[in-house]
Write a protein that binds this ligand. Sequence first.
Ligand SMILES: [Zn+2]
Length: 211
Amino acid sequence: MPAISSNKPYRIGRSKTGLGLFATKPIKKGTKIIRYFGPMLDCRKEKDDAIENKYLFQINGRWTIDGSVRKNVARYINHSCRPNAESDVSARKRTVYIRAIKNIAPGDEINYDYGTEYFKEYLKPIGCKCASCERKRAKQRAEARAAKTSTAKPTAKAKKAKAAKPVTKAKSKATPVSGKSRSQRAKTSARAGTKSRASTKAAQKRQARAA
Ligand SMILES: [Zn+2]
């Protein structure tokens, strides 16, 4: 694990999906927290284009940052669907900064959105583990439980219906959260070489906004 000097407002720590980056000091909205950096890969060079790892961050059609280097602490930042930071891409300067889009309190995990494409392709199939998605699932479970208890009392009819198919219900409910380590591994491997694709769009969007 790379050392982080104490004047930085973050530290590496345990998160739900492995390691993550956490604030150690209040970080104001708009602050550039950390740079995502590494060797610049030129896709026109065969040797560069052949490099595959899970920390590739594509800046535009030509340039990609290889963020797998040890010193790139920003690589620990996890995806969230309701993030408190974003990746700020400058295609011209070929830099990426992770910037706070909310005020972040000490202890909070720092997250940014990896992008719709990445989500659809890799997180949705295995179930996104971000706090926002976990909350959504917990709420759905609670609602399902509440619906079950409210239909449990009234008529004999309802009772019969309930008794008719309890097994399938229980089964479908049991699946979501378990198998964490497996899906974690899937996430890790899914990240390989896909960040680039996911971030292209974001980069282009940002370029468009800047223009
Ligand atoms: Zn999510």
